[in-house]
Design a protein around this ligand. Sequence first.
Ligand code: HEM
Length: 445
Amino acid sequence: MLIRTADSGSAPLPAPPGPRLPGPVQTAIFTWWRQAWAERLREKYGDVVALKVFPWGRVVLINDADHIAAMFASPAERFHSGEGNRILAPVFGKHGLLTCDGEEHRRLRKLMMPMFGKAAVRGYQDTVRELTERDVETWPVGRPFKSLERMRKLSLDIIWRVIFGPGRDVRSGELRGLLERLPMTDLAVLMGLNSTRARRVGPWRRASNLLARIDTLIYETIEERRSAPDLGQRTDILSRLISAGDGTEGLSPVQVRDQAVTLLFAGREPTATALAWALHELARHPAVAQHAARAALAGDSTYLEAVVKESMRRRTGIFESIWTLAEDIELGDFRVRKGVTLMPMIGVVHRDPAHYRQPEVFRPERFLHEDIPPHAFIPFGGGARRCIGAHLSVMQSAEVLRVVLSRRSVTTDRPKPEAAVCKSVTISPAGGARIILRPLPRTEQ
Ligand code: HEM
């Protein structure tokens, strides 16, 4: 067994090995060069590596698919992911799916899973198509632009519609503007928001005031929606959250607010990043781009989904899960103490030659014709905390690619791949995934 509760009777196992650099140096390298460093650490220390990283303190990276699969299969009480993600609590709230643990998490997940199942997500496909068709018409043609910016806007349009439903009023206009202004990719601001003293000065004060106004607007929206005559028929997530119940009582306004904000941010940035990386890769692999364009024109989503998967594998946007240990455990040959934060390194597994032939090559066909073990492809994490938006983001990504590629061909003026940079939660293309779109030749339309 790779993971078990530590046995106090037997001789204690050693702690995992790791670099002896001072904590602040480790924090800086981990923050800015996570991907390259994680792979170097694996070469030097193996599959289980101990670090010291602010704000978590003692951290253990897990670099191989088998240890991670054992972790995902463990009972939910053993790891507290909500505690690991607590840095996000000032914005997401303490009762959001990402930031809570235990019984509250179990109940929320049970209530929310049906809202994000395959069938429910299919109901949003037309919305995704319509919003994308409208947006693509506004994108530049024949000159380079940063596709990440466009994808961030489009992904916000989509997730906004999924959560709040159709219809715009003055309040939702203001709310959206304020949410856009929150510095979600600025780690220093996010971390400072946890301190009441920091919240009185500079950027933390500004963010804090923004949050207060955002909360007022969201609570007003919840209150108004609660008394809407068509509440029971509405398919947007906010209405479903307000009506949700499991025979006892429904969700409190605070719980509804925390889910709405969590889903908005957890849904927007990773999907936008995944789509930008997909366009980045297509622009630099003309043969794959042509194959994908043919699939788009034929309405074949299988190949487009393979493109999405391969790009999530090779350019993993969320590089690690963050789970805090709730008890002492034995992990393989090591003992790890309660309170340590375990990080399954998703991005390292996605490049492991033990599971992927030529992992550095971008080849969507591997997801069609090769036998990839499920536990080696984990862009959405796993176990009790697997991403609730996985179906939505795969459908959205394939649909957006279908709309774009059936209208435009994708290329670039800078064939050299862009570096991957850490932007707080996601790893994004440093140049914003610069591409050039051209009209499709008449013969292909
Ligand atoms: C390409 C897009 C996405 C990627 C790569 C991604 C990745 C992830 C990962 C790695 C986790 C952590 C799992 C763990 O702790 O082991 C996660 C959790 C989560 N994601 Fe996503 N995600 C994406 C899109 C979305 C979307 C569209 C939504 C919402 C509609 C969403 C909502 C969430 C939530 C609420 C959680 C917390 C689940 C829980 O703790 O129970 N994600 N996601």
